[in-house]
Design a protein around this ligand. Structure first.
Ligand code: ZN
Ligand code: FE
Length: 241
């Protein structure tokens, strides 16, 4: 395993993710909402920045990208279909594309729903998944542009990934999601355990992410929805929860 990850908190509740590939020394970042917190971490570690991976066009995911490219000469990766509303892309990608990252690579998975051009990145090396605002711990992103059926299909694309996969989401929404999840499945013991774990982590001011896909499969009411209809009902219920 040569790719490792570190959360960088940004804005109110965003996470940007710093990636390091140890063989080549390559450094990447996923969804830099801001430049300053990333620069602080990079400078403290004496690192440059090679690649900026963008999941979708919202300002709280791309806000720091241009400044980081200008400062470090990093290359910006994003969905070519959304090029018109993303920072200028050095590496336009699409479903199934493999983005080189040192000796490792990231596979692009198109996951429409939160936005239509939303993509996720999967690093088989390190078993890391960056779903942006598609999947959160015990939750899913709001449907700003896509339909519940689209988001359900997008979730299904993660089904083949191993339980050990670490989910590196775009936001610290876990505590609120846990409350909603328990309202859906009050008798789910895995969920009760995770609820308590999350409460403890947050009380200590700690991140609840990354979380394994295996844990999510046992606790996330949106992964656990059997049909697109059920998924849609749950998403609607969460909107007003
Ligand atoms: Zn978003
Ligand atoms: Fe966001």
């Amino acid at each position: 395993m040569t790719v490792t990850v570190q959360a960088i908190p940004m804005l109110a509740d965003n996470y940007s993710w710093l990636l390091r590939e140890s063989t080549s020394g390559k450094v990447g970042i996923v969804d830099p909402a801001e430049a300053a917190p990333a620069i602080a971490v990079l400078e403290a570690a004496g690192l440059g920045l090679d690649v900026i991976f963008l999941t979708h066009h919202h300002p709280d995911h791309v806000g720091g990208a241009e400044e980081l490219r200008a400062r470090y000469g990093a290359r910006i990766v994003g969905n070519r279909a959304d090029a018109h509303r993303l920072p200028r892309l050095d590496v336009p990608v699409h479903e199934g594309a493999l983005v080189e990252f040192g000796v490792a690579n990231a596979r692009v998975i198109e996951v429409p729903g939160h936005t239509l051009g939303h993509i996720a990145y999967y690093f088989a090396d390190g078993e890391l998944l960056f779903p942006g605002d598609t999947m959160f711990s015990m939750g899913c992103g709001r449907l700003f542009e896509g339909t519940a059926a689209q988001m359900f299909s997008s979730f299904a694309k993660f089904a083949e990934l191993p339980d050990e996969t670490l989910l590196c989401c775009g936001h610290e929404y876990t505590a609120a999601n846990a409350k909603f999840a328990l309202s859906i499945e009050p008798d789910n013991t895995a969920l009760q355990t995770r609820f308590d774990e999350v409460a403890t982590l947050r009380a200590d001011g700690l991140a609840t992410l990354p979380v394994s896909l295996g844990t999510e499969r046992a606790t996330n009411p949106f992964i656990r929805a059997a049909t697109a209809e059920e998924f849609g009902e749950r998403r609607k219920a969460k909107d007003t929860f």
